[in-house]
Design a protein around this ligand. Structure first.
Ligand SMILES: [Zn+2]
Ligand SMILES: [Zn+2]
Length: 139
């Protein structure tokens, strides 16, 4: 469901009204699997039209997250949005130097299994951030 057109079809099927602004937000977010802040999406949309404001960008991104089409992740004070298919991986974010290392989400498999077994809780672990101190900053 990575293609912008497939996302728009899904939204239409769920009876969302597709305004030109919403369409441009979807196209901007799904143009690549890169992380994007709301400001990044805003800048991409602004290359096509000035008839959009940042509040519309936020509202549309939040709607995509609520619909399970996009994911929102806290990268240490900065919220980033990605297509749902991005990942799975973990971001290891260093407090000191802000470096971000991508780690294999497989390291969470044991945690995931234990949470399900003991709490009957399905954690959303596909794209999360963990904060700590990187190898370089430990020296
Ligand atoms: Zn990521
Ligand atoms: Zn560091």
């Amino acid at each position: 469901m990575n293609e912008p057109q497939a996302v728009l079809d899904t939204l239409r099927a769920r009876r969302f009204r597709i305004t030109p602004q919403r369409e441009m937000v979807v196209e901007a977010l799904f143009s690549s699997e890169q992380h994007k802040t709301a400001e990044d999406v805003f800048a991409l949309v602004q290359m096509r039209t000035t008839a959009v404001n940042i509040a519309t960008i936020y509202r549309t991104l939040d709607m995509l997250v609520e619909q399970g089409i996009a994911s929102r992740t806290d990268l240490g004070g900065q919220m980033i949005y990605t297509p749902r298919e991005h990942g799975p991986h973990i971001h290891l974010v260093c407090h000191h130097c802000s470096v971000i290392v991508d780690a294999d989400a497989g390291v969470l498999a044991a945690l995931d299994a234990q949470l399900q077994r003991e709490y009957n809780f399905r954690a959303d672990l596909g794209h999360i951030s963990l904060f700590g101190v990187c190898a370089g900053c430990q020296d």
